[in-house]
Design a protein around this ligand. Structure first.
Ligand code: A5P
Length: 147
């Protein structure tokens, strides 16, 4: 599989956590783009999505998914996003897509975080990816190595 196909598979695996009528928090990046495409392809009817970046907002609009403001949406059941690096223990480096501030805000408002990554993101030790948030890697409580 090429990387794009792997991203698509990771994105599709996350669909098992998504139900019609949900309001999702949605991160940023090429894996998230695959997730948004998968939502549209499967014709999943979300109530809407809270976006973490302008790029994601554009993708949501193109997919016909309503974008909601976090102030109106309130607490979210689920946040979906990729990562730049991940350990088998679920520690992550994020921010490589330059959307970290909004990503953190939307993730913090969400009950669960399902991280969609392919195996190219797995590392023994975090830190090879050059980003300023290195000192405070995220914990991803619902991260699954094989999904
Ligand atoms: C955005 O700021 C990042 O945290 C992304 O989630 C991360 O860069 C993953 O991007 P890709 O899915 O393009 O690898």
């Amino acid at each position: 599989l090429d990387v794009r196909e792997k991203k698509r598979l990771a994105a599709e695996a996350a669909l098992t956590h998504v139900e019609d009528g949900m309001i999702l928090g949605i991160g940023t990046g090429s894996t998230v783009d695959q997730f948004i495409a998968a939502l549209a392809d499967r014709k999943i009817q979300l109530e809407g999505a809270v976006s973490s970046s302008r790029a994601t907002s554009e993708r949501l609009k193109a997919a016909g998914i309503a974008e909601l403001e976090l102030n109106f949406a309130g607490d979210l059941p689920l946040y979906i996003d990729g990562a730049d690096e991940a350990t088998m223990h679920g520690a992550l480096i994020k921010g490589g897509g330059a959307a970290l501030t909004r990503e953190k805000i939307v993730a913090a408002a969400s009950k669960r975080f399902v991280c969609i990554i392919d195996d190219s993101k797995l590392v023994e030790v975090l830190g090879a990816f050059p980003c300023p948030s290195r000192s405070s890697p995220w914990r991803a409580p619902t991260w699954r190595a094989n999904s």
